[in-house]
Write a protein that binds this ligand. Structure first.
Ligand code: HEC
Length: 132
């Protein structure tokens, strides 16, 4: 019993330390991340906002230079028609996987972390704005 307890405590502490170290450096690396919502925020800021914009309006700094407009997540109509499965597919396998543009890059590493992927979908859902 005692050794199992010790092993668990050590594993948990290692996880917490790695998370702290990762977050303080602004790292988006996955693996042992205790807080998927926080990981999703970091990933969005580092990998998505440049095209989709901080507020999900499709107006990131790179958006203007792209021939295909990045999806505006604030768009209420898109929010009602896009399923969670479609959003997850687009994120992991890229725009082409859902019949869209290859300019939406794939993120295969997120496919192995369903909790973070779900949190990313929730974050995208949260951009919904009734005024657009
Ligand atoms: C280089 C610019 C770029 C980056 C970076 C980018 N995207 Fe996109 N994304 C696009 C473009 C362009 C589209 C529109 C594709 C289309 O409509 O054909 C798109 C579409 C999407 C869609 C909508 C798919 C659909 O048709 O329903 C989702 C969801 C999405 N992106 C999520 C993300 C997430 C999450 C990230 C970060 C992990 C991200 N994107 C990073 C350019 C980008």
């Amino acid at each position: 019993m005692l050794s199992r307890f010790t092993a668990c405590t050590a594993a948990c502490m290692a996880a917490a330390l790695m998370t702290l170290a990762g977050c303080s450096k602004g790292s988006t690396s996955l693996g042992v991340h205790a807080d998927p919502a926080r990981a999703a925020h970091e990933i969005y800021a580092h990998r998505c906002a440049s095209c989709h914009g901080q507020q999900g309006r499709g107006d990131g700094p790179l958006a203007r230079s792209l021939p295909v407009a990045p999806r505006a997540f604030a768009n209420a109509e898109w929010q009602t028609t896009a399923t969670n499965e479609r959003i997850e597919q687009a994120i992991v396998r890229g725009g082409e996987a859902v019949g869209g543009s290859a300019l939406m890059p794939p993120n295969p590493d997120l496919g192995s972390d369903p909790r973070v992927l779900r949190s990313l979908v929730s974050l995208i859902r949260g951009f919904k704005s009734p005024s657009e």
